[in-house]
Design a binder for this molecule. Structure first.
Ligand code: MF3
Ligand code: CO
Length: 263
């Protein structure tokens, strides 16, 4: 069952998502050669608690940290450790919080120092494919129109989309219906309508889309060990269209007209 959100619920979700965005923004300048990934995680957890929120991932199905930090061929769910970032790495940070009963979830791939043109292209393609997906978040379209738009863009760039992990609805639960794959035929799945809040999250690879899970039981890597990138935002469909909630700015009041319950 899809839980559609009222305007006031979307406003509340904007607060959670804004905390996620703020902390990811604060982490960005810390993405430097030599930094230990566990120090980035500790920073995020401290800031989360300072802001009165809870890390969404810590303890989720036993996940041991607040941020997933995945490097290079690691796609998602990398566990922060004593490993240090090196110039040329792609560092993908995926982070979520629970605040006032609602989850926010977002991810960005950052370049560590100077990266190869391929890595830079991959990072840019992950973000751009997200925007292609959001363009389909329009009343009357279907969820797989998002999927199809992401896949079409990514493959036109010469990259592949990961199949084994998908985006999702989000709200009082971190993962709600519907699933939002990053591939598929258009015109399928639930219709998109006001109040839908999704975590749209393309995970893409420079090579093939097959994945392996490392021995830690979490880290998903490309089977061919090609580079990967990830981009995710929490997005709501409001009366005035799709609004990316996980951006540091305060969600515009005008985007959220007076409360009208639906569903
Ligand atoms: N960030 C993932 C998502 O986008 C969820 C992470 S689950 C955890 O849906 F177990 F790794 F924490
Ligand atoms: Co997510």
């Amino acid at each position: 069952m899809i839980v559609y959100k009222t305007d006031s619920e979307i406003k509340a979700m904007g607060e959670s998502a804004r905390i996620v965005a703020l902390i990811l923004d604060e982490l960005r300048p810390q993405i430097q050669p030599g930094v230990r990934t566990r120090d980035l995680d500790a920073y995020a957890e401290r800031r989360t608690r300072e802001l009165g929120a809870k890390p969404a991932f810590k303890g989720y199905r036993g996940y041991p940290a607040s941020v997933c930090i995945s490097i290079n061929e690691e796609i998602i769910h990398g566990i922060p450790s004593a490993r240090t970032l090196r110039a040329g790495d792609i560092a993908s940070l995926d982070f979520g919080v629970l605040y006032d009963g609602f989850y926010g979830d977002a991810a960005r791939s950052y370049a560590v120092g100077a990266v190869t043109p391929l890595a830079a292209h991959l990072i840019a393609a992950a973000e751009a494919s997200f925007h292609k997906g959001v363009e389909q978040m329009v009343e009357g379209q279907r969820v797989s129109d998002i999927s199809h738009a992401v896949q079409t863009y990514v493959e036109a760039q010469g990259f592949s989309v990961i199949r084994s992990f998908v985006g999702h609805g989000i709200g009082h639960a971190l993962h709600e219906e519907p699933q939002v794959p990053n591939f598929g035929f258009p015109g399928r799945g639930p219709k998109i309508r006001r109040g839908l809040v999704l975590a749209i999250e393309p995970m893409i690879a420079a090579g093939d889309w097959d994945v392996d899970i490392l021995e830690d039981g979490w880290t998903a890597v490309t089977k061919d060990r090609s580079l990967a990138a990830h981009y995710e935002e929490t997005v709501a469909l409001t009366e005035s269209g799709a609004v990316v909630l996980s951006r540091a700015g305060i969600p515009s009041e005008s985007a959220l007209r007076k409360e009208q319950p639906h569903a």
